[in-house]
Design a binder for this molecule. Structure first.
Ligand code: CA
Length: 230
């Protein structure tokens, strides 16, 4: 997928030079030459990264950076012709991802863009790991939400703990005692029937047909197990 970059820069020659170079490096580039249009475009369209000049007619880069940060989590490289200004804004902690002094080496710009985009894509990859999918059952282990066929399934805390135990140990048969120990720990003087009740409720929520389970199976005389096999 082509990365989209917005350049907010009033020096048209510099903007065009960046654009040409980034386009041959397979980026899709949009240029805005003043602060107001730049901010409007940044907020209304989707970009993967913004190269933002500090000194701009209209709204300056400092204000633009603040306003973008209030609304969007998009990487920003701030540029300025004055090194002092860069040092100053860096000190203000505006939340830009990188800072560069003009004139810059276009190769360096590209290298920095790539580094930032790689970094920016990592939380997304981590986010994906937080969601466990088994066919159309999705379990988000961070916010503890569950969907089946795209529809939200509301589980109690214990039901979720049970499901998580199962899904992390697919194919493993858990005895009722093992589940009591793991999920209820020692703060509950439960008996085996407690487990059965919770399993029954969990099945009623995630199985489309409780007499023909797709996820949670019974191992007669032993306990229960979860399987992702069809
Ligand atoms: Ca400028």
């Amino acid at each position: 997928m082509m990365n989209k970059i917005l350049i907010i820069e009033d020096e048209e020659a510099i903007a065009e030079l960046e654009k040409d170079y980034l386009e041959i490096s397979d980026f899709e580039v949009t240029i805005e030459n003043d602060g107001e249009k730049g901010l409007k475009t940044a907020l209304s369209e989707e970009f993967d990264l913004i190269i933002l000049d500090l000194m701009l007619p209209g709204i300056d880069g400092y204000e633009i950076c603040k306003q973008i940060r209030n609304q969007k989590n998009i990487p920003i490289i701030m540029v300025s012709a004055k090194k002092d200004d860069i040092d100053k804004i860096r000190g203000l902690g505006l939340g830009a991802d990188d800072y560069m002094t003009k004139p810059f080496n276009i190769l360096e710009v590209k290298a920095r863009i790539k580094t930032i985009l790689r970094r920016a894509s990592q939380p997304v990859a981590a986010e994906k790991k937080k969601i466990i999918r088994v066919r159309d059952l999705e379990v988000n282990i961070v916010n503890r939400s569950v969907t089946l066929g795209g529809k939200e399934v509301r589980l109690t805390a214990k039901e979720f703990d049970l499901l998580q135990l199962f899904i992390n140990n697919r194919g493993k048969v858990f005895s009722r005692e093992a589940m009591l120990e793991t999920v209820w720990k020692y703060d509950y003087m439960g008996d085996a029937r407690t487990v059965d009740v919770h399993i029954r409720r969990l099945r009623e929520k995630i199985e489309r047909n409780t007499s023909q389970p797709e996820f949670i199976f019974t191992k007669w005389g032993v306990g229960y197990y979860f399987t992702d096999k069809d």
